[in-house]
Design a protein around this ligand. Sequence first.
Ligand code: FE2
Length: 377
Amino acid sequence: MILETASKEQIQSSTDFLPLEGTDFVEFYVGNAKQAAHFYITAFGFQALAYAGPETGVKDRVSYVIRQNKLTFVLTTSLRPDNEIADHVNKHGDGVKFLALRVQDAASAWEETTKRGGKSYMVPKQLKDDDGEVVVSGIHTYGETVHLFIERKNYNGVFMPGFRRWENTHFITEDSGLLYVDHCVGNVGWNQMDVWVKFYEDVMGFKNILTFDDSDISTEYSALMSKVMSSGNGYVKFPINEPAEGKKKSQVEEYLEFFNGEGVQHVALATNDIVKTVRDLKSRGVEFLQVPTTYYDDLLDRVGKIDEDLEPLKELGILVDRDNEGYLLQLFSKPVQDRPTLFFEIIQRKGAKSFGKGNFKALFEAIEKEQAARGNL
Ligand code: FE2
């Protein structure tokens, strides 16, 4: 039996043509990278890590790299009006440009995905400095979003060639307990969900592990459909949302209108102590969606016994959901830029591998309240 299991695993890994080791970094194109980096450092508890700009030989842009545990964000702004970064910010506002994935072999990742129909963004490119070599390649996904493949096994530098260490020695913030990217969700246009499901299946070897339709997640107004795509080894998960017909405008439609196209809706950040993390983030000024306090009246009847005290969950507005394997705690921020586009989820998993379906209704009602306040419902 043991042998049989081992051989099955071997077969599985040998057929995973795109073994992903997780999220390497998330890069945002923003209007003012210096201030955006300061926001994530101050409000979310990241640390300064690296910098690229005119001083390091990059003439048309600046990039600030910040890190907290295994989470790395890159904030990039154009210094010129006439390049793809400036165009991206003009069209979409601040938002995610690159979901960079860690691989052992970036050339193989590019070959395997492009031969299956992936559209190349960047052919494999070796970047070298005194600390070694990073190989980067990339393919396009929904909207103007790009998956980079990052091979850094032969690199010992601070981030990547072209970057120098950035130390903010006079301003060190405490870690807020955010650990790594749990999942990244994309919003796509009408009738496009299955197109992108097929892309992740065919081009990247992902599997559709969960599906939500409007019977699961429509409230009176805000309907959407969602399919969760997972990499072969389960380390990378990309749920994809499509708007559905409702009485009024879906939250996904509001996103598509203001982002001016398809793009990343939210990035879920994992913590091992959501009460501590959310209390900390709130004290630093991060704004979260608030569900009605009646949500907590029958919470324990719905989810059963949980380790946490109910009071702090209620005080902080943390949501709980259970599946067959355990439960999860989660909370969603308000949009983190002026346009009602990108937001963050804070998630703590206690066995559950799902995405909080039981919270969708309460959550979407809270989102609709915000949409209505913006006059977009
Ligand atoms: Fe999520």
